[in-house]
Design a binder for this molecule. Structure first.
Ligand code: F6P
Length: 369
């Protein structure tokens, strides 16, 4: 009997998604003789049974396209916003899986998608995921597709920002994506020769950052590039976060004063705040560049196309073998099927003793600690 596959993309878009759809699709259709349909806009489209034909023509010419031909969303099967209320639509999704006579659902996504895939597996569906995100924060896989392309974009941006920094003797603070992980900022910071790299895993002290910049000035280089991960946090804010978590864990209610505190300022606010402080502490002008969604756009790199194709074709082979309930993890030049329950809910962050961190320190980069 021909196997029937459903495929969807969920979470933030990323370079390589279409290469992965093509890898799964071409192998399934042409090599294994399976049938394939796509669901639009992630789990939302599956709940609404918005199906896209994927029987050949749609897979041609998409290898080099950014984004996802299927569309995506961050909606979760069990907490879907409908008419202003969060509703559990798991049963509707399960029913659409069977109505389309599927043997397997392939979900391309990051950490959140893994949790959603595990949830659907627990409701009886055969599910396989592929690790996608520019953040590279999915556990149990060497790397995620999207990361290499974003690394190139962020590194190119840092290269370009050097021009203004040394021409105007300025501090250029460039904010790099990565959510709560520092892989992208660390990798691009090292590759781009940033003078300071701040990542969430190493809470920074702004005075130490300022001192590093001052020392560079005294050494005849009155300019600095500060690569800051969007999730980077000062030691002070890190300690506040720990205290808040401890109080919550002990069921201690917020004091009236704390209730008035703004929710944790996130991302761009932190970065603008940091630039202002560095300007005051060093006497150098500071300017801010927020790379944002530029890092997710455009043509995927060759490495991401190769990785996405490898993972996609391996996914089709696992379906042929009836090997479900796994994430297709990149392992060296090959792949390894990792049980969904082993990977879901885990975030891969940068170990403070990671070789990339050591390399940054050895070339004189300040990590703010
Ligand atoms: O997870 C990928 C990512 O780009 C993160 O780096 C970033 O914090 C987030 O998505 C942005 O989400 P959205 O595209 O929904 O604003």
């Amino acid at each position: 009997m021909k196997k029937h596959i459903g495929i969807l993309t969920s979470g933030g878009d990323s370079p390589g998604l279409n290469a992965a759809i093509r890898g799964v699709g071409k192998a399934a259709l042409n090599y294994y003789g399976m049938k394939l349909i796509g669901f639009r806009d992630g789990f939302r489209g599956m709940m609404e049974n918005r199906v896209m034909r994927l029987d050949g023509g749609e897979l041609s010419g998409i290898l080099t396209h950014g984004g996802t031909i299927l569309g995506t969303s961050r909606d979760k099967p069990h907490r879907m916003p409908i008419d202003g209320k969060m509703q559990d639509m798991t049963e509707v999704i399960v029913s659409n899986y069977h109505a389309n006579h599927l043997d397997c659902l392939v979900c391309l996504g990051g950490g959140g998608t893994l949790k959603n895939a595990l949830h659907l597996q627990e409701h009886g569906l055969n599910v396989i995921t592929l690790p996608k995100t520019i953040d590279n924060d999915v556990a149990m896989t060497d790397i995620t597709f999207g990361f290499d392309t974003a690394l190139g974009i962020a590194t190119d941006a840092i290269d370009r920002l050097h021009s203004t920094a040394h021409s105007h003797h300025r501090i250029i603070v460039v904010e790099i994506m990565g959510h709560r992980a520092g892989w992208l900022a660390l990798g691009a910071g090292v590759a781009g020769g940033a003078d300071v790299i701040l990542i969430p895993e190493i809470p920074y002290e702004v005075e130490r950052v300022a001192e590093a910049i001052r020392q560079r000035s005294l050494g005849g280089k009155p300019f600095s590039i500060v690569a800051v991960a969007e999730g980077a946090i000062s030691l002070q804010d890190h300690q506040k976060r720990l205290e808040k978590a401890a109080r919550k864990a002990h069921g201690i209610k917020k004091s009236p004063a704390e209730k008035k505190e703004p929710a944790e300022i996130r991302y761009a606010d932190n970065t603008l705040e940091l630039a202002k402080k560095l300007e005051l502490l060093t006497g150098l002008e500071a300017r801010v560049t927020i790379l944002g969604h530029l890092q997710r756009g455009g043509i995927p790199s060759a490495a991401d196309r190769l990785l996405a194709t490898r993972l996609g074709t391996a996914c089709a082979e696992l379906i042929e073998q009836g090997h479900y309930g796994v994430m297709v993890a990149a392992r060296g030049d090959g792949i390894e099927p990792v049980k969904l329950e082993d990977a879901a809910g885990k975030v891969k962050t940068v170990p403070p003793d990671h070789p990339w961190v050591a390399s940054a320190r050895r070339v004189g980069t300040s990590l703010g600690d």
